[in-house]
Design a protein around this ligand. Structure first.
Ligand SMILES: [Zn+2]
Length: 85
């Protein structure tokens, strides 16, 4: 008879739980299951590392997504210039 480990979760569940981490909604039991999964699953461990790397890069470059009106106009003119030429 196969015993079910109470904290053993699938990769799909781990991915879902990672979204809860981001939102700060993970329960204590979910946190144990998630961390236990990362101990033995190298794929999810790498996935989490990649997501955290990307998030840190985005957080450090938030100004890239908030263009000033003058920069928008400059880009618009550049695009129009390339379209018309
Ligand atoms: Zn996994």
């Amino acid at each position: 008879m196969k015993l079910k480990i109470p904290f053993k979760i699938s990769c799909k569940e781990a991915t879902y739980l990672h979204t809860l981490v981001q939102e700060g909604k993970m329960t204590f039991v979910q946190k144990i299951g998630f961390n236990f999964h990362l101990v033995y699953c190298k794929v999810c461990k790498k996935f989490v590392a990649q997501i955290e790397f990307l998030q840190s890069k985005l957080k450090n470059n938030e100004q890239l997504f908030e263009l000033s009106e003058s920069k928008k106009k400059e880009m618009e003119n550049e695009i129009l210039k390339n379209i018309t030429s």
